[in-house]
Design a protein around this ligand. Structure first.
Ligand code: ADP
Ligand code: MG
Length: 455
C-alpha cells in the first residue's frame, strides 16, 4: 500500500518527491496508466507542499493527465484585455471574475472559445489552498453538470483559474436580479434536476466528494439553462473506511449550511442535501436564503417557508409570485415535499441525491405553453365564487389555527434553540473548530458574499 501511494505521488509530483524508482513502482505506474485507473488525487496528497514550493512546472507535470492548460499572467492579461471593467462578470468571496476570449493562435490544442478568468485574492495561505483544491478537484472531475476548468495560472504570488464561459451567469443572478425575466417553472425544475445530478455524481464517485458550498451563486447556467456546479474551493474528500463523516472547520455560506454541520463540524453527503433543499426552496419561492430587507420572521427562508411546504393552501401563498400561477400544482407540491425532506433537521431523514434526481426528473416536463396544464389564478372573480371561497377560507383558517396551536410551543422552542446556538459559540457542545458566533458576525458584516470563514 505504501509503495503504491509513493508510486502514485511520484507520478503526479516528480519535482517535489525525488523518489528512487524501483522496478515494482515502475510497473505499478505503467499498469495504472494503462487501465486509466489512477486514483483521483486528493488535497491531502499535497499537504506537504506550501505556497512557496509549488510551481507551475510542478503542477503542469502533476496534472498532466487532466488536460488542464497552464497559463501565464501575461497570457491572461491578453485574453481579458488587461482585466478590463467592460469584461467584469462578477465578484465572489475570492476575487473578481472577468470574461476573456481565447483564439486558436494562443496555444495548439486549445480551441477558440470565450472563457471566464477568476483572479484570487490571496488572504494568507487560505486563498492558495482553496485555489489548489479547485484545481485538483475540477481538474480531475468531468461531468456535464460541472463547470469545465480549462486551465490555471500559478506565477509568483498570482493564482488564477480559467473556466468555460457560462453565458447565462449564475442562478443567483437569474433568479434574484431585479430586472431579469422570471424563470419559468419548467426551467427552474430543469436547473434543479441538473444541479442535483452534479451533486449525485460527486457523492457517487469512487472516491466520494463533498461539495460543501452548494448555493445559487455556484450554479452557473449555459445558454440553454443547463446548470453546472462551480467553485470547488471548499470541496472535501468524503469519509474513508467505516467513518460516517469528515470532521472539519465550518466553512460555507450562511443560509445554506446544514444546522448539524454548523454545530458539530461533521460534514456528510447529507450536509450537501440540506444545501440543495435551500436552493430548491429559492427556486420555488423566488426568495433568497437570507434576506435582511424582509420582516424579522421572514429573514431566514428556511425558518419561514419550511413549515408551509406540506400544506397545499399555504404552499400556494409562498410560491414565487413572478411565476404568475404558471406552474403545475401537483409538481409544485412534489418539489415542496422534497425540499421539506432535504431540510429535515435529522440528517438521516434526508433523501440521497439519487432519490432527489429521480423525484425531480418528471417535474421538468411541465409545458407552460399548454393551456390545459398550468394553474392560473385569475385575479377577478364573480361575486358568487368569491363568497364561496371566503367561506371556505374561513373554515380552513380555523382548522389550521387549531393545528398550529398544537405545535406552537414546539416551534417556539426550536427558534429559541437556534438563537442559543448562534449566541453561544463557545458552548461545550460545539466543535472546538467551529467558532460560528464570530463567523456569523463577520458574515453579516461582510459586504461580499456571505461565506462562513473561521476568524
Ligand atoms: N464560468 C463562468 N462563466 C460566467 N460567469 C461566471 C463564471 N464563473 C463565475 N461567473 C460570475 O462571476 C460571479 C462571481 O463568481 P465566484 O467568484 O464564483 O463567486 P460566488 O460564487 O461567491 O458568487 C458569479 O456569481 C457569476 O456571475
Ligand atoms: Mg461561485
Amino acid at each position: 500500500m505504501a509503495v503504491k501511494k509513493n508510486a502514485w505521488l511520484h507520478t503526479f509530483l516528480p519535482n517535489c518527491f525525488k523518489i528512487e524508482e524501483t522496478a515494482t513502482m515502475k510497473r505499478i505506474i505503467k499498469e495504472e496508466k494503462k487501465e486509466n485507473s489512477i486514483p483521483r488525487l486528493s488535497l491531502t496528497d499535497f499537504s506537504n507542499i506550501s505556497n512557496s514550493t509549488i510551481s507551475t512546472e510542478d503542477l503542469s507535470i502533476s496534472l498532466a493527465g487532466t488536460n488542464l492548460h497552464p497559463f501565464t499572467v501575461q497570457e491572461l492579461k491578453v485574453i481579458t484585455h488587461s482585466f478590463a471593467s467592460c469584461n467584469f462578470l462578477g465578484e465572489g468571496g475570492f476575487g473578481p471574475v472577468h470574461k476573456g476570449f481565447i483564439d486558436d493562435k494562443l496555444r495548439p490544442g486549445l480551441k477558440t472559445q470565450p472563457v471566464a478568468v477568476k483572479l484570487l485574492d490571496l488572504d494568507g495561505g487560505q486563498g492558495h489552498r482553496e485555489w489548489l483544491t479547485e484545481v485538483i478537484f475540477l481538474g480531475q472531475l468531468r461531468h456535464s453538470n460541472l463547470v469545465k476548468l480549462i486551465g490555471y495560472c500559478c506565477e509568483e504570488e498570482h493564482r488564477l483559474l480559467v473556466y468555460e464561459y457560462m453565458p447565462r451567469g449564475s442562478l443567483e443572478n437569474q433568479l434574484f436580479r431585479r430586472y431579469s425575466v422570471s424563470l419559468p417553472w419548467s426551467t427552474r425544475m430543469k436547473i434543479a434536476v441538473g444541479a442535483a445530478k452534479g451533486l449525485a455524481f460527486l457523492h457517487e464517485a469512487d472516491k466520494q466528494v463533498l461539495f460543501r458550498d452548494f448555493k445559487a451563486s455556484n450554479i452557473l447556467l449555459d445558454s440553454d439553462y443547463t446548470p453546472k456546479l462551480s467553485d470547488f474551493g471548499l470541496a472535501k474528500d468524503g469519509p474513508e473506511g467505516d467513518k460516517t463523516h469528515v470532521s472539519t472547520r465550518v466553512l460555507g455560506t450562511h443560509g445554506y449550511a446544514a444546522p448539524e454541520y454548523i454545530m458539530t463540524g461533521h460534514l456528510t453527503t447529507a450536509s450537501d442535501v440540506y444545501s440543495f433543499g435551500v436552493v430548491l426552496l429559492e427556486l420555488i419561492t423566488g426568495r433568497k436564503s437570507v434576506d435582511k430587507t424582509r420582516p424579522s420572521r421572514e429573514k431566514s427562508l428556511t425558518d419561514w417557508a419550511r413549515p408551509q411546504l406540506k400544506d397545499p393552501r399555504k404552499l400556494r401563498r409562498i410560491m414565487d409570485p413572478r411565476l404568475e400561477g404558471m406552474y403545475s400544482e401537483a409538481g409544485a407540491q412534489k418539489a415542496a415535499a422534497l425540499a421539506y425532506q432535504c431540510l429535515s433537521h435529522r440528517p438521516k431523514a434526508r433523501p440521497t441525491m439519487r432519490v432527489v434526481v429521480d423525484t425531480l426528473e418528471p417535474l421538468k416536463d411541465f409545458d407552460e405553453s399548454s393551456n390545459g396544464i398550468f394553474v392560473y389564478n385569475v385575479p377577478v372573480k364573480n361575486d358568487e365564487l368569491e363568497k364561496q371561497e371566503l367561506k371556505e377560507n374561513k373554515r380552513a383558517e380555523e382548522l389550521i389555527m387549531k393545528k398550529e396551536n398544537g405545535y406552537h410551543h414546539q416551534k417556539h422552542k426550536l427558534h429559541q434553540d437556534n438563537i442559543h446556538r448562534i449566541r453561544t459559540p463557545r458552548s461545550p457542545n460545539v466543535h472546538p473548530e467551529t467558532s460560528l458566533g464570530q463567523s456569523f458576525t463577520n458574515v453579516l458584516k461582510s459586504p461580499r458574499h456571505q461565506r462562513l470563514k473561521r476568524a
